[in-house]
Structures are given as C-alpha cells and as structure tokens.
Write a protein of this length. Structure first.
Length: 440
C-alpha cells in the first residue's frame, strides 16, 4: 500500500482545502513535523498573504507561518488542478445553515466535485467539516467513485475515505491542534488504517470509531452537549434575575462540588461556527427518520433569544433613569464571538447591533481586534471600531459588554460610563462593583 509507506517515511504530501480557522492550524501541525503541505483556497488575497509568510488570524503569529513557508513545507494555491499532486486531501470548508436552518453543504459538495476532477488512485480524502451523520458516505462517496476519468473506483482499494471532525478552539492556550485527540471513522477498515496512520504523525492521540457516521455523530454530540448546558444556565439567568439572585454567584457556589457538576456560563448569545449551527444539522437529519429533537430545538430557541433578552434588560435599566431606548446612544464592547480572538462567525454582537438599530438606538462598537466589521452572510453594517476615550465613553447613554476581551481597561470603562450592561460578569470578576453596572 504505497500511501502507507509514504506516511511512514514522511514522504506523503498533504493537501488541505480551506485555509481558514481549521485548515491553517491543521496545515501548520503537519509542516511542524516536516510533512509537505499544499493549501488550497479560493481567496486570492489569503493565498498571497500566506505565501509571503504572513497570517490573518490573531492567534496564529506571522513567525509560525513564515518559518514553514521559508522552509518550503507550506505552499498555498488557488490552482485546484494541483490536487493531483497530493496523497491526502483534507476538506476544511464551511458548513453553514440556510435561512431556514437547514444544512448548507454547497461548499462540501462543490469541493468534492472539484476533487473528483483531479482524483487519482491511491489518494486519501478526509472530511473535517462538521455535518450530519451520513454525509461522508451519502454525498462524498458517490462523487469520488464516479470521478472525472469515469472509472469506477472502489473505496478501500483504489482510494480511501474517512471523516475526522475538527476540534479547534481558537486561542485556547491549553491545547494546540496537535494536542487535541482526533476521532476518525473510515468507510472501510483500510480507509481507517490509512487515515489513522496519517493523523498519528501529528496528533498526540487518535481515536478510531466504527464508521464515518459514528465520527460525524461524535462531533454533533460534543456541540449539542455544550448548547444544551449553556441554554440551561441562560434560562436560569432569567429566572434567577426575577428572584433577585445572581446566577454567577450560584454557578460559582455549585462549582465547589467536586463531582457531578461542570460549570457552564450564560452570555449574550452563542457565537462561533459550532454551537449555534451544528445542533441543527442533527435536528434536520432526524426528520428523515420521523423523529423530533425537542430537547435540542428548545435549547436552540433559548440561546437564540439571549440577544433579545439583553436588549429588553437594557430597556428596563434605561427606564429606571427615565430614558427611552429609542434615540439613545449605545456602545457595544466586543465584536468577536469570544474573548481575545478576532473571529466574527455568528457573533451575538452582530445580532445585538441589529436589534438595537431596530429599536431606533444609535449604535457604535469598540473592539481593537476587529477594527472593521466584515461583511457576513447575513450582515453588512459598514461600521468601524471607535477610538475609546473618556469623552467618547461619557457620550453614550448605555454601554453593553458583549465580549470580555482581556485588553479592555475595565476600571477606566466603569469610571467613565453612565450605565453598563455586563453580559459576562466581567466587571465583578475583576472586583469592580458599581451602582451603574447591571448584569444581563
């Protein structure tokens, strides 16, 4: 089996389709082990930037990229005909939802059709993009079997196919890509053997499962688990607020139990590519089997409501000061979906801006990591981050802490702001208490 020999001798060439939040760190993990990588991406600007040894993600420094580019281990291109040059093709493309919350697999399907054009015998293809159980075998397999040469390739013999879900957590200082165990499910036993051998070169531990479906379901379980538990504390936040109980105090107290409890925290809504999206892939697929996933969908409803709750809470607070939300000047602190990163995917801050604008408030934002709000599939605000000064802060009727970046000067913000709505308990966590700070 030629590919296994190449993997063993580190002569394998790995192709990664999609050099984004998943593909780029994965590529670096291989190049750091002196394995040649060709990255593929449609974005010409991204391709040119990476080939110059420069990055575009805050948590991945230019030095890391320049080192492997200069050494020749990483090359990036938008010429997909070069897929025929690689031995393994790892697919790391987006899997968003449509407007009707149904899976949008257009990126995966188009990528697979492109691979099929240049497909050759002996190649390994691994899908890493999160999706519903069955995608690898129902969508990718037929497209790869009937490739551009019209040859009927046999999986496990002429080519190898597997699913191995990404587990990236941008800017998590405790885990790198190489240190996070990798779940792998192959279409056949030989497919699993080849895929496992490849990832064993760079990942600290691989976890083989019985099938791609089991691997696809594993990723969904991980994110549904988080979605449901976050929904629980988000609902309790609202209930406890009515009872004049601080949910953050309760979570801290419950966390002292050494068994049977894991802390999850409320917030202004869910962000990132995983938790707000992935659970709905399973609810959609479950309908095929005439099953309603009530628990998952309820959690989705609760989490989706959170930005509306923050706006309702801020309206109540303004009323105490005899002010209306209509016409008020509102500043949102933090545009990224979580602290200390520049990732805007599904950020609740974007939804907050939309709702405040609908209420006729005048909205600005401040985020040094996101100097300009990028156009997304749903939003195009054409807004730039303000310069945070004492005079500027004092001009706002309301400041909403949406993302608790470590770089924020919380004492400075508190001292110069009329009203603060803290959705992350960030001020109290730093020992800052004030009558003008309200939690939501």
């Amino acid at each position: 089996m030629q590919i296994l020999e190449k993997i063993k001798n580190k002569k394998v060439v790995v192709g990664i389709v999609g050099m984004g939040y998943v593909g780029l760190p994965l590529g670096l993990a291989f190049t750091n082990k002196k394995i040649n990588v060709i990255g593929f991406d449609l974005d010409e600007k991204k391709v040119k930037l990476l080939n110059k040894g420069k990055g575009y993600l805050k948590h991945i420094t230019d030095d890391k990229i320049k080192k492997v580019v200069d050494s020749g281990y990483l090359k990036v291109t938008n010429d997909f005909s070069r897929l025929s040059e690689v031995d393994a093709i790892l697919i790391c493309v987006p899997t968003p939802l449509t407007e009707h919350r149904e899976p949008d697999l257009s990126f995966v399907e188009n990528t697979t059709k492109t691979i099929a054009k240049y497909f050759r015998k002996g190649q390994l293809v691994v899908l890493e993009s999160t999706t519903y159980p069955g995608t690898t075998e129902e969508l990718l397999l037929p497209l790869l079997k009937k490739n551009s040469r019209k040859q009927d390739f046999k999986v496990g013999k002429d080519f190898y196919l597997a699913f191995s879900p990404e587990r990236e957590d941008p800017n998590n200082p405790d885990f790198t890509t190489a240190e996070i165990p990798k779940v792998i499910g192959g279409v056949t036993q030989r497919c699993l053997e080849v895929a496992k051998a490849l990832y064993d070169q760079v990942i600290i531990k691989t976890v083989p499962v019985s099938s791609p479906r089991a691997a696809e379901a594993t990723k969904l379980l991980e994110n549904i688990y988080r979605s449901v538990n976050i929904a629980l504390v988000n609902e309790l936040k609202i209930v406890f607020d009515k009872m004049n109980i601080d949910v953050w105090e309760v979570i801290a107290a419950a966390s002292t139990k050494p068994f049977g409890f894991k802390a999850f925290y409320p917030g202004p809504g869910l962000g990132g590519h995983c938790i707000p999206i992935d659970p709905f892939y399973l609810t959609w697929k479950a309908r095929e089997f005439e099953i309603n996933t009530k628990f998952i969908e309820l959690a989705g409803e609760i989490n989706t409501f959170q930005p509306y709750y923050v706006v309702e809470k801020s309206s109540e607070v303004l009323n105490k000061y005899k002010k209306a939300l209509n016409g008020s000047k509102v500043l949102i602190l933090g545009a990224a979906y979580k602290k200390d990163i520049d990732d805007m995917r599904e950020s609740p801050s974007l939804k907050l801006i939309e709702i405040y604008k609908e209420k006729d408030a005048k909205v600005d934002y401040y985020d040094p990591l996101v100097p300009v709000l990028p156009k997304t599939r749903k939003y195009n605000y054409n807004l730039k981050s303000i310069k945070l000064t004492k005079e500027k802060l004092k001009s706002y009727d309301l400041v909403i802490l949406s993302t608790d970046h470590s770089t924020f000067d919380y004492k400075f913000i508190s001292a110069n702001t009329k009203i603060i709505i803290d959705t992350r308990n960030a001020f109290e966590a730093r020992g800052i208490k004030s009558k003008n700070i309200f939690k939501a």
